[in-house]
Design a protein around this ligand. Structure first.
Ligand SMILES: [Ca+2]
Ligand SMILES: [Ca+2]
Length: 432
């Protein structure tokens, strides 16, 4: 660079002020509308110790989590005796003999040391832990294999191209929803019409989607209602993974300053939404897709909508130096999420040919995990200690993990009975 780089930070500062900061992205070169602006200066221009922690984003219960901690000295002087103290999350166990060698592992604290870091020098620590058998608790799931049952789809502006169940693109099974992206002014909604009970602990919604639309003009977003569908609120600020792609042109929905997913997702992605603002409430959630006149695209595809009580691991790491620096951070996007899905214990389940029930004891929801998927639609019966059926729920073939709301049952011990592929399986749980 000219002048040996001495003006570099001043230049970044000026560009950042205009939205052309260090994290700005031009987007695809054949589009003038899909750039991402950024108002941050180049990180090295802020003279301090920096620490970035990353983790395996999504695991099954009993899987390992890999951590990396990158420490960078962006100060103008050498830093010495750099201590890294990380917290091993409760529910996980340090795996020795892998990655960087800690100076100590004591209780839940794992410590590493770096003798010194020169100006602009970085060092990376890595280690891993193994998770216990706890997992997120699924309370709602629809993989669209049941077709359009329970879903409502219509147009808010009487236009063509409503959401449809199709088989060309899907994340699971044979079916998923699609909003076609036509060359007309569309405003389409897809809504799960029964109320959904939001879990009372760490509620999260996730869904898989794929989109390929006219960038910046045609796209989708999600809304929530707590009054049965009269008033709808954009869920954008609650999304913590795979958020909206950017602002969508005002002409599409006629709503100022809204963002949406548009352009090309490059395959299926999973979006996560924090619903803690709606704990314990009954809500409706809808997907809304719009396009303007003119250029169209392939559309917006949706599959595997799920609500769960999230179990995640995310602990804070702190870095100190002999020069008195101290900086702490956590992993972005809520660290490591433990999937509510089937886990590695499924082999044991197959051998014992039984059903797993969790959490157990429970407050309001149980997950019933079958040893294998059913060949037929099936009924699940909940029986009390006298053998009386107190609750019956029907489910469809191919489903292996079944969430069940048992909040209406009085406290006590219950049996779950399933007739699965000609054998009868029974297990019990305790309702608090
Ligand atoms: Ca599906
Ligand atoms: Ca368009």
């Amino acid at each position: 660079m000219l002048f040996n780089g001495i003006h570099e930070c001043l230049i970044w500062k000026v560009f950042a002020r205009r939205g052309l900061g260090f994290n700005a992205n031009q987007g695809s070169s054949n589009s003038t509308v899909d750039g991402i602006s950024d108002f941050n200066t180049k990180p090295a221009c802020i003279k301090e110790i920096k620490v970035v922690k990353t983790a395996t984003p999504l695991v099954n219960a009993t899987d390992e989590i890999n951590y990396t901690i990158k420490v960078t000295n962006d100060k103008d002087a050498v830093s010495t005796n750099i201590q890294i103290n990380d917290n091993i999350p409760v529910g996980t166990t340090y795996v020795a003999g892998f990655g960087s060698t800690p100076t100590s592992v004591s209780g839940n604290t794992i410590s590493f040391k770096i003798a010194q870091l020169g100006v602009n020098e970085s060092a990376t620590i890595n280690y891993k832990v193994i998770t216990n058998s706890n997992k997120s608790i699924r309370t709602f799931f629809d993989d669209m294999e049941k077709g359009q049952d329970n879903w409502e789809f219509n147009s808010l502006n009487d236009s063509l191209g409503v959401f449809e169940i199709q088989q060309t693109e899907k994340k699971s099974g044979n079916f998923a929803w699609r909003a076609p992206n036509l060359k007309t002014a569309q405003d389409q909604i897809l809504q799960f019409f029964p109320d959904i009970q939001v879990p009372s602990t760490n509620p999260v919604m996730s869904f898989w989607h794929l989109y390929n639309t006219d960038a910046g003009f045609d796209g989708g977003f999600i809304q929530i209602s707590t009054d049965g569908g009269t008033k709808w609120t954009d869920l954008g600020t609650n999304i913590f993974r795979n958020n909206y792609r950017g602002k969508i042109n005002y002409s599409t929905f006629g709503i100022p300053n809204i963002a949406a997913w548009w352009g090309n997702s490059n395959g299926w992605i999973q979006t996560f939404v924090d619903l803690s603002a709606y704990v314990g409430q009954k809500v409706n959630i809808r997907f809304r897709f719009g396009s303007n006149n003119g250029t169209g695209g392939y559309g917006w595809f949706i599959d595997d909508v799920e609500l769960f009580e999230m179990l995640n691991y995310n602990s804070e790491v702190c870095v100190t130096t002999a020069e008195g620096d101290k900086v702490c951070t956590i992993v972005p996007e809520k660290g490591t999420i433990v999937k509510p899905g089937l886990n590695t214990d499924i082999k044991d389940l197959e051998n014992s040919s039984t059903i797993a029930i969790y959490p157990n004891p429970t407050g309001s929801f149980i997950n019933i995990e079958l040893p294998t998927a059913s060949n037929n639609d099936l009924n699940i019966n909940i029986l009390d200690l006298n053998g009386r059926t107190v609750l019956t729920k029907s489910f469809i073939r191919n489903q292996q993990l079944i969430p069940l709301d048992v909040s209406m049952l009085p406290a006590g011990c219950y049996f779950v009975k399933v007739k699965l592929n000609d054998s009868i399986l029974v297990n019990k749980f305790i309702k608090n």
